[in-house]
Design a protein around this ligand. Structure first.
Ligand code: UDP
Length: 365
């Protein structure tokens, strides 16, 4: 019998895999819904709203797509993001169009973009931080306009204070491909993420208990193993210090207009507004409705932890928690919070499936 703390994508995937192999699983979730930060719902107008910000599924590994396809059909969707800078829209990730528009140059082909950028790129002996990543790819001006302030708002740290992996998430484009992701498969679950998760936990061996904090579970000892997908520092009562997780204050508005903005997500890279981006959900499922729902994201240190702040100090602290957890035989830590990793949904599914396999074989302790 397994106990899983957290009904997010990790907890649910582990539960589904264990139950499919004959194990009994109880999931406890402190919120009043499953799905973690992927949770979505439909408004009276039929608009799918993602309660914790935009989540687009993208994956190259066909086995993960096939796995999830047992629980959902898909709506093909290719995500577009632009940055609104000084009144003009610029494709993000930075591409040929962004560069041509920003510098007012006419770059005809990829080779011209490469040459133009090569003259801008800052040569560094070593790429250590997120700032180094961007300077060495794009140079100073694009860094200043599109990355520096956005990152400070998002993380409350400038890129030089963040691990290089954070800005390595943004690809470089020399062509005019306007799409956000590169993966072969990009889609949204046909009836939303929540429906997909409901089907995953719809199994006689899975019990889901909502509105319940793990700390209040009194019969923990009756489970042979716990999979903890919450914050590892919280599990240990913060006794080795607190890990930083950035939170988002999600502010929704329903507007009596058909459309608010011409793109699904508009990033605001400047310091003049406090929010990072604005999402208009109607673009996702392409719906006709007289109203529209928008979401502005205000990063904050209060609220539900969403983003592990990956930098040297936090990573060292996390390692100390990991050392400490090595002695545990009855609990494993998993997911974005438990592993202190900036995981995408597809990676979370992959890791959760691997974890379920190792739990069943007794390899993980
Ligand atoms: N970023 C930026 N400007 C942008 C978009 C992203 O500086 O217009 C930086 C920012 O630091 C952000 C990181 O790139 O946290 C990763 O962006 P991504 O869109 O992957 O973030 P997520 O969608 O996970 O919030």
């Amino acid at each position: 019998m397994y106990l899983i703390a957290g009904a997010g994508i990790t907890g649910i995937t582990v539960a589904e895999r264990l139950a499919a192999h004959g194990e009994d699983v109880t999931i406890v979730e402190k919120r009043d819904h499953i799905g973690g930060n992927c949770y979505d719902y439909r408004t009276a107008d039929g608009i799918f709203v993602q309660r914790y910000g935009p989540h687009i599924f993208h994956e190259t590994d066909q086995s993960i797509v096939e796995y999830l396809s047992q629980f959902t059909d898909w709506l093909p969707y290719r995500h577009k993001v632009v940055a609104l800078y000084r009144g003009e829209y610029y494709p993000i990730p930075i591409n040929k169009t962004t560069i041509s528009r920003f510098f007012g140059v006419d770059l005809e082909h990829e080779e011209a973009v490469r040459r133009f950028l090569a003259a801008k790129q800052v040569e560094l002996d070593e790429v250590r931080t997120s700032r180094d990543v961007v300077l060495s790819k794009y140079g100073e001006e694009l860094y200043e306009a599109f990355v520096r302030h956005y990152t400070k708002k998002q993380w409350d740290h400038y890129p030089e204070e963040l691990d290089r992996s954070i800005l390595e998430r943004l690809p470089v484009r020399y062509d005019d491909n306007p799409y956000y992701f590169n993966d072969a498969f990009q889609a949204l679950p046909g009836e939303g993420y929540t429906k997909m998760f409901e089907r995953m936990v719809d199994h006689p061996r899975i019990r889901v208990v909502l509105d319940t904090d793990f700390a209040d579970v009194t019969d923990r000892d009756s489970y042979e193993k716990t999979v903890f997908t919450g914050r590892i520092d919280q599990y240990y009562g913060f006794d080795l210090g607190e890990l930083q997780y950035r939170c988002i204050d999600f502010r929704f508005e329903t507007l009596n207009t058909e459309h608010f903005q011409p793109y699904p997500v508009v990033n605001y890279p400047g310091p003049e507004v406090e929010y990072t981006r604005c999402t208009e959900f109607k673009h996702f499922y392409g719906l006709d409705a007289p109203r529209t729902v928008i979401l502005r994201e205000y990063p904050s240190w209060e609220g539900e932890p969403s983003y592990p702040v990956i930098n040297k100090a936090n990573q060292e602290r996390f390692q100390r928690y990991v050392e400490r957890s090595r002695n545990e035989t009855d609990v494993v830590f998993a997911g974005r919070s438990g592993r202190f990793r900036y995981l995408n949904m597809n990676q979370a599914v992959q890791e959760a499936r691997d974890l379920a396999t190792s739990l069943r074989s007794g390899a993980s302790s």
